[in-house]
Every structure is written in C-alpha cells, then in structure tokens.
Design a protein. Sequence first.
Length: 78
Amino acid sequence: MMNARLNEVLVHIDEVLDEDTLHRLEEGIRRDAGVISVGHNPDKSHMIMVVYDSESTRASSLLHSIQEQGLHAQVVGL
C-alpha cells in the first residue's frame, strides 16, 4: 500500500526526445525536491511517470520545471 503522502502523476511530453535528452530530463526531475522516482516505458517515451511526496511538491510544480526547459507538456493523469 502506498503512503498517503506519495502521489503518482503521468506527464505527456509533446516533443519527441532521443534517449540521451530523455535521460537528462529524468535526471533533472529526480533532483526536484520531493521526487521519489521518475521513469518511462521505452515504447511510450513521451509519457513520464513521476512519484513524489505531496508534502514537498505538487504536480503543477513538476510540470512547470519541465516547461521551463522549453518543452511542451501536460499532466494527463493519476
């Protein structure tokens, strides 16, 4: 059972990213306060799953940090 403070969010990236760029993006997200884990399915690399501590950050903050890198993204669920 997941801790009540932990949330998952699925982020859709509009741009097509190569593996190196995607890896750098994920590493950057991992450094955000409250992020527990980040990952993607290789078959759906435009979808990034982020697990975070809701007492330390919010989905909107995670989305904003992705958009600050010049990417177009939306939170799509969970």
